[in-house]
Design a protein around this ligand. Structure first.
Ligand code: ZN
Ligand code: ZN
Length: 370
């Protein structure tokens, strides 16, 4: 099994960023920030597991004693990181606070459970609480070459599932039946978990986040297939392609051309220095000029890494300039309520002089046997 992609540098970069942001300590409970910082994919449990990263001291990982072997078996075990096991009858919050005297401002993992946020408020009554993303967002958003490699492999894995779609989509089967086999293929083709499977046939295609239903696939249906998983390296895939069972309605083919052109225009816009929102505008302009502006009802994309949705968001209002290493989706859609819909989605990465697409299957819709 391939190990999580991680690096000891992340802890020191995060500590430095915390100091610059005036945060005395980051408190990181299980979730994407902990995975990114240490490679430890901890179970989210009621028992407290928390990475403590003081801005001017050594990091340590507080974990229930029974979880300590799992910490050592994870990539966190090979980092220079003290692991503090707490006993079943001990108050872990008190243990943690004793080691953080005088903290005035703490950064909490964005995915921390509310009950833990409140326990920390009680245990550190003089400390302001803020979100760890204020410190970690910029670090996680610019992917290292190793992270881009991991995302490239995740992209290849989901592309292999799309190439197998003729096995799964046939008239007479339900979306759920097809979805079950697609989920198995996501695991077979190089992921360790299935994050989502959208099989949106016919009118269901007009709902961007429709997942699976008992609707029976029928001849003439356009079908939106949006699938993603997480690889053993800890990085996510996400790609949407369109399939039709036999020839689709002519109305569909007409707006699909507009969508295809919009997706291309947005990809062409990506290079260092342009804003995230200008990539959204590039897709939106084509769709609006094609007469379907009201049918493109979501942002153009989202960042991706150890989470399938993270910064940067490709949306009007986000003036963040793109930088090499930023990875995100470009996924414009056109949705006609009650009829059908279409979306094309690639993960792309901003390079030194332009863009690399991490999904490389044909972007045209694929006509399957009906
Ligand atoms: Zn998607
Ligand atoms: Zn997506």
């Amino acid at each position: 099994m391939t190990a999580h992609v991680t690096s000891p540098d992340r802890l020191s970069h995060a500590r430095k960023a915390a100091a610059e942001a005036g945060v005395d300590a980051l408190l990181i409970t299980p979730g994407p920030d902990l995975r990114w910082l240490t490679g430890y994919d901890a179970l989210p449990l009621e028992r407290l597991t928390c990475l403590v990263l003081p801005s001017d001291g050594d990091a340590f990982l507080l974990a229930p004693r029974l979880e300590v072997p799992a910490v050592h078996a994870s990539p966190a075990g090979s980092l220079d990181l003290e692991v503090v096991g707490w006993a079943e009858t001990e108050d872990p919050y008190a243990t943690l606070v004793r080691r953080l005297p005088g903290a005035r401002r703490v950064g909490l993992a964005n995915h921390m459970w509310a009950e833990q946020v409140l326990r920390f408020r009680e245990a550190l009554p003089d400390a302001d609480q803020t979100l760890a993303s204020g410190v970690l967002r910029d670090l996680r958003m610019r992917k290292s070459p190793e992270e881009v490699d991991a995302l490239r492999r995740a992209g290849g894995a989901i592309d292999r599932v799309h190439r197998r779609m003729p096995e799964f989509l046939r008239p007479g089967r339900t979306e759920r039946e097809a979805g079950r086999e697609i989920a198995r293929a996501i695991l077979d083709e190089g992921h360790v978990s299935v994050d989502f499977v959208i099989v949106a046939s016919g009118p269901n295609g007009a709902s961007p986040h429709h997942d699976l239903s008992d609707r029976v696939l029928a001849a003439g249906d356009p079908v939106v297939i949006d699938i993603g998983g997480t690889t053993a390296e800890g990085y996510c895939s996400d790609s949407t392609r369109m399939y039709t069972l036999g020839e689709p309605p002519s109305e569909f083919s007409a707006y699909f051309r507009v969508l295809h052109e919009a997706q291309l225009a947005a990809c062409d816009q990506v290079r260092p220095g342009v804003s995230a929102e200008s990539v959204d505008a590039a897709a939106r302009t084509v769709i609006t000029e094609g007469g379907f502006g009201d049918a493109f009802i979501h942002r153009t994309g989202h960042g991706i890494g150890v989470e399938s949705h993270e910064d940067p968001y490709i949306v009007a209002g986000n003036a963040t300039p793109l930088e090499p290493g930023m990875a995100f989706s470009i996924e414009p859609g056109i949705y006609l309520e009650g009829r059908h819909g279409a979306r094309i989605e690639d993960i792309v990465v901003c390079t030194e002089d332009g863009v690399e697409r991490l999904n490389t299957t044909d972007r045209d819709y694929l006509v399957l046997e009906a």
